[in-house]
Each structure stands twice: as C-alpha cells, then as structure tokens.
Design a protein around this ligand. Structure first.
Ligand SMILES: [Zn+2]
Length: 488
C-alpha cells in the first residue's frame, strides 16, 4: 500500500511510521477552514475517501483545488459522501478526471442533488475559463477549467445510493452506515466500523450537523458512542439569533416590509439547494399570515427549480409539517407570485424589474454564479437590501459585504455598497455551538479523540473550549491540513 505521507514530506507535517494493522486518518481538507472536506481513512487493506469537497474562499485555498490530488485517485477503493453541498462533493469530478473509478456512496437524495450540482459546477468552471480567455484575465494560455461538465457526468456514473441505516460492507472487516444529519435533504452522518468483537472501533463523521426543530428537514439523529469523532465546528463561537430571542422569520419580515416601503428589492444570496427552499417556505408562511406584502419572488437558479422536484420526490425525508401541507393542497415551497428563472434570458429579465421584489440567487457566498450580476445591479441603490442567510467563509465577497465593505469588486469593476446589508444567522443549516453541545450530550462515553473540522481557527478553538468545559476528560484535536493520525 502506498503511504499517503510520501506525497507531503515537504509540508512540514510530522511523518509518522505505522504498524501494518493500524488505522490511519488523514485530514485533506476542512482543517481550520469551512470548505474542501476530504478525509482519508486507511486500514490494512482499504483506502476510503470520506467526502470529496472543493475548497472555496481565499485564493490560497482555491489553489489547493489545482494541486495534484493529495492521494493517488487510482489507489482509493471507495468514496463516501455525507451530503451534496459543493464543499463536500465538488472535487469529485476532478478526482475522476485523475483516474478514480471506484464506487461513490451517498444517500439517494444526495445522489439526486449531485446530479444537478456537479454538472452545474462543471459548467461554471468551463464558463469561468472561457471568460478568462475572452477577457485575457489569465497567465495560462489558454486557461483551463478545473473540470468539465463531461468530468461531472462521469463522476455521476459511479454513484451508488445508500439507505439510512443500511450497513454497507467495504471489506471483510470494514463497513459503514449513515444517519440523518438534519442539515439538508439527504445529509448524513457516516459511521465506519472496523474489526469485530472487542477490537472493533468506530469512526463517526458528522459532515455538516443540522439544527433542531427546523421546518422540512428532520432533526439530527442522536448518537450515543463513537471511538473517534470528526465533528464540524462552523458556528463553534456563535449562537444563532433564533436561540437568543428574535427569530430569523421576524428578522426577514422586517427587512422585506421596510425594503418594500422604499420600493427596493430584497436580494438573498443563497445556496440553491436546501436554504432556497426553506426561504420559500418561510416567505410563504409570512404571506399567509399577512405579515409581508405579496411580492414577486424570483428564484434565479436552474438548480433551485430541479431541487423543488427533488424535495417532492424524497417525501421520506420530510417532516410531517410539510407532508400535511402538501396533503391539504398547494405547494409549501411556492409563494403566491414565485417565478423560477431557469434560462440565462429569464435570469437577465429579472434585472428589468424595478418594483419591489425578492430575488433568491446562488451562490450563497457570492463567489460566483448568477448572484454576481444581481449584486452589480442592486448594491449601488440604497433602496435595496442584501440579506445573507448562510455562513460566509473568510475571503469571500459575502464575508466582505456582510462585514461592512463600502465597495466590492466584481469582474474587475468596483461597485459601491449602498444597499442595506443584513445577516440572518438563524437560517443557517448548521447547528450553533449550543446545538452541537446538545447533540454531544447524547454520548454515553467519551470518544477517544474528537477531531474538530469545518471551522475557521477562532470557531474551532471556541468549540474545543466549549467541549472541554461541558465534557470533562474528552480529548479534542484541531487537525492541520494534511495531518495524519494513527487511530487504534
Ligand atoms: Zn453543507
């Protein structure tokens, strides 16, 4: 078996020598950052990649996507995905383009969502390369896409849907199962079991951990034990507003009402999958309760249209709350004047509308996609509002605007930020630290090690403090990029 360490001695990470029987865990992404989720699990005869996410945000992070794969794709036996978000799946076409041919396991909803997300990501990569070539914005001649739609389609052919609770065997001694993570449709915790009897060990990765009591999606499944826990920490240093008083729904109502009174537009950068549907659900409720005026709501993403259909198809993942509404007639994910823009022409037409309206467009951190054109149009006008409803990673336009930048650069042009800017954390699909502690309270014994991932340094450090205070004796590590741990 190749040693993963052979690919990284120059990176200043300790190279550990291993016995033949030991299990190794190498952190290839989402270390002290919230993107690029990738973890390599190695046993004596298997090499499994857990998540295959794209790095997003700062240039330093994005450049990692372009490096040679951190592990030879041909040497990997299986890929397991926790959920469909691009920071967990978006590197898969690149892995496949570099020779990966094995199975890719994920829940069936994740597979359905990936069918929309990955080709779209390939399309965006191709478009960006074309744009750079056309406008001579590249040192490379020609600029190439990170991967293509065709690479994305090849990666979809490897997908194998898995049911929650089904035990999938990867070798005579290694298997895994999946549980609801409560984050987005299809999201899962993945629990690996290695060995048998007294020497069996379990490794559980939360992926992104969801929230309790959300509409539509189930609560995170409770877990009472794992020998090694890989835990996300996106909101390790923050509480969502809804947990401290004003609800996100009330905040959204206030923004919609005040913006409509000014004759402006509410622009909501949002992931097309999950959060966009949740927003429609809440806007519909506000309309029914007569708390906001009935405005045109433009959902500007070809993916969001398909995602609504996927929600309909995967009723096994819905709360009763939503099922009941559907039974009563009407679509709980449609507001009264909702318009879905699938084509580029439909998207451009939204720019012609000047009356009060609401626009939901991807991507959620304003790093790319149709949202950029809407920001160019709407940021300079003080009648408008921009509402951030998800985590904004360091180095993204979303982070800059939400932290008060007065102007923002898009396609090489600076635009003044005159629109009012709002951040509504409580629509986040991630649990805050109190919700994560609530989930951890289900553990009947301490994991031997809890590895904190998916958190910027301050968030991960704060999450570690919270765990150490509330769970005396737990060993908590914050792994470095490409760091390997021997787990026995
Ligand atoms: Zn996610």
């Amino acid at each position: 078996m190749d040693n993963v360490d052979s690919t990284r001695p120059s990176r200043g990470v300790d190279v550990i020598q291993y016995g033949t029987d030991c299990m190794k865990l190498t952190f290839l992404g989402a270390t002290q950052t919230v993107t690029g989720s990738k973890f390599l699990i190695e046993t004596k005869d298997r090499r499994i990649l857990l998540d295959c996410g794209l790095f997003q945000g700062s240039k330093e992070l994005r450049l990692r996507n372009w490096e040679a794969p951190p592990v030879d794709p041909k040497s990997i036996d299986a890929v397991v995905l926790t959920h469909a978000h691009i920071d967990h799946t978006g590197y898969l076409p690149r892995l496949v383009a570099h020779g990966y041919k094995g199975p890719v396991f994920a829940t069936s909803a994740t597979v359905d969502l990936a069918r929309i997300l990955l080709p779209d990501a390939g399309h965006l990569q191709e478009e960006e390369a074309n744009y750079r070539n056309k406008h001579h914005l590249t040192k490379h001649k020609p600029a190439l896409p990170l991967y293509t739609v065709s690479d994305a389609m090849s990666s979809l052919e490897l997908m194998r849907p898995v049911k929650y609770g089904e035990v999938v065997s990867l070798s005579s001694s290694l298997g895994f199962d999946m549980m609801h993570a409560g984050h987005i449709l299809g999201s899962s915790f993945v629990r690996f079991r290695e060995g048998s009897g007294g020497t069996q060990k379990t490794v559980l990765f939360t992926g992104d951990i969801g929230r309790y009591g959300q509409p539509i999606i189930f609560d995170p499944a409770s877990v009472d034990a794992a020998d090694y826990l890989i835990l996300e920490s996106t909101y390790g240093n923050r509480l969502h507003a809804g947990n401290e008083g004003t609800s996100g729904k009330d905040q959204l109502r206030d923004v919609v009402v005040s913006t409509a009174e000014r004759g402006g537009t509410v622009l909501i950068p949002s992931f097309a999958i999950g959060r966009a549907q949740e927003l429609l659900y809440i806007l519909r409720e506000l309309e029914v309760e007569n708390k906001i005026p009935i405005l045109p709501v433009y959902v500007d993403s070809p993916m969001a249209v398909d995602a609504v259909d996927i929600f309909r198809r995967h009723v096994e993942e819905h709360d009763l709350e939503m099922a009941q509404l559907e039974k009563d007639g009407g679509n709980p994910l449609y507001t009264q004047r909702v318009h879905f823009a699938r084509s580029v022409e439909e998207s451009k037409a939204i720019n012609e509308h000047r009356f009060p309206s609401i626009i939901i467009s991807a991507n959620g951190m304003a790093t790319g996609g149709r949202i950029l054109h809407h920001l160019m149009q709407r940021l300079p006008d003080e009648r408008n509002s921009v509402v951030f409803v998800g985590f904004q990673a360091f180095g993204t336009r979303g982070r800059l605007i939400s932290e008060g930048a007065r102007q923002i650069r898009i396609f090489g042009v600076d635009y003044p930020v005159r629109a009012s800017v709002h951040v509504i954390d409580s629509f986040s699909a991630h649990g805050d630290y109190r919700e994560i502690l609530r989930w951890l309270a289900g553990f009947k014994r301490a994991p031997r090690t809890t590895f904190l991932v998916h958190g910027e340094p301050v968030a991960a450090a704060a999450m570690k403090d919270h765990i150490v205070v509330s769970h005396k004796g737990w060993g908590v590590e914050i792994p470095a990029y490409r760091q390997t741990f021997e787990i026995n």
